[in-house]
Design a protein around this ligand. Structure first.
Ligand SMILES: NC(=O)c1ccc[n+]([C@@H]2O[C@H](COP(=O)([O-])OP(=O)(O)OC[C@H]3O[C@@H](n4cnc5c(N)ncnc54)[C@H](OP(=O)(O)O)[C@@H]3O)[C@@H](O)[C@H]2O)c1
Length: 328
């Protein structure tokens, strides 16, 4: 077995790469830059030379060990999910070619993205948008696919319906506002006053400053409530839903699973979005970006060596849009 348990029975090559590892769960200080074997792509996979990496709250949660039931006790672990780069090797059965510029999200629970190379199933990747640079492309996959799945698949938002987006200025929120507009929704977006212009500029019909008006005190009613920030629960917000409306939460907990079970047959339902990367979704997002219908908002880009600082910044919960790591 290789020295990286995540490679499992798959081979690692003699060639080396730089990667960010954790040897135990903990604070940002457990993130360590190291030299490790390069993975070898297996059937249906490509080897990606990673240029930029999107940083997500899920990376922080994995680093802290909050999902240790899924991420296990075998270390070291390479964390991270979002990548943008180019294909440098294609195994048999791969439908991407050497030289393709790609973007995507690694579906494994802990991820493996914080590295110079990653072997990834082709179905989790797609050609990158051509109208933006790869640093912007790396900011898209996890957050934008979360917004798309939450609004289109879980919330079933239809043209002419109304949607409330709580936490509209963060990584997921900036995509949610724009995707809700593309799906034909009327968007009420909740954020702090300092981000009102940003969110209004992304197309929100109304922007609510949560310091002045708590979202639960709103008089309007909605077909979909997307609680991106996740500081409420179904019971707090169900009065905001029209009959047949859906509340979509982002944070797994015993409470949301109970809410989903008990509202399954009711007219107002609770759901939890659980993001998965799929080629078709990435293709759809690329088309929207290249058509100018989705703008990518990157707040800060850190060098890979400053990954701990990037995590500290994300953990302030004040990021406007996305945080990205530059590999070179
Ligand atoms: N289940 C899934 O598949 C899935 C996928 C993706 C993300 N998530 C979860 O979704 C959550 C959001 O992710 P993210 O990437 O958008 O996070 P993020 O980028 O860290 O969110 C930062 C934003 O949160 C906003 N915020 C802070 N306090 C707020 C409050 N009291 N009310 C409303 N907004 C507030 C901030 O806006 P202001 O500065 O304007 O307050 C900031 O723009 C995280 O918990 C993440 O783990 C789940």
């Amino acid at each position: 077995m290789s020295e990286l348990p995540q490679y499992g029975k798959h081979l690692s090559s003699d060639a080396k790469m730089r990667a960010v590892l954790i040897d135990r769960y903990g604070g940002p200080e457990v993130l360590r830059l190291a030299t490790v074997p390069r993975p070898v792509p297996t059937r249906g996979q490509v080897l990606v030379r990673t240029r930029f990496i999107g940083v997500n709250p899920k990376d922080v949660i994995v680093r802290k060990g909050k999902f240790r039931v899924a991420t296990g006790k075998k270390f070291p672990i390479i964390v991270g999910h979002d990548i943008a780069g180019e294909v440098v090797e294609a195994a048999s059965g791969a439908d991407l070619r050497v030289g393709d510029q790609i973007y995507g999200m690694i579906n494994d629970f802990a991820g493996r993205a914080y590295s110079e190379y990653a072997a990834v199933d082709c179905g989790q990747l797609a050609p990158a948008p051509s109208s933006i640079e790869l640093d912007m492309a790396a900011a898209v996959p996890l957050a934008a696919q979360t917004a798309l799945q939450a609004l289109r698949d879980d919330g079933r938002l239809k043209p002419g319906q109304s949607v409330l987006i709580n936490g509209a200025s963060g990584g997921v929120g900036v995509f949610a506002v724009q995707i809700a507009k593309i799906l034909g929704g009327r968007v009420t977006a909740v954020c702090s006053a300092r981000n009102a212009d940003l969110v209004g500029g992304l197309g929100a019909d109304e922007v609510v400053d949560y310091a002045k008006t708590e979202p639960v005190a709103l008089k309007d009613r909605f077909d979909v409530v997307f609680d991106v920030f996740g500081n409420y629960h179904f019971d707090h917000m169900k009065h905001l839903l029209n009959p047949g409306g859906t509340y979509v939460h982002t944070i797994p907990s015993a409470r949301i699973f109970k809410d989903i079970a008990r509202t399954f047959v009711l007219r107002k339902r609770a759901k939890l979005v659980v993001v998965r990367s799929r080629r078709a979704q990435l293709d759809w997002l690329r088309q929207q970006i290249d058509a100018g219908r989705i703008r990518v908002v990157v707040d800060r880009t850190f060098p890979l060596a400053d990954v701990a600082e990037a995590h500290r910044y994300l953990e302030t919960k004040r990021a406007r849009g996305k945080v990205v790591l530059a590999v070179d």
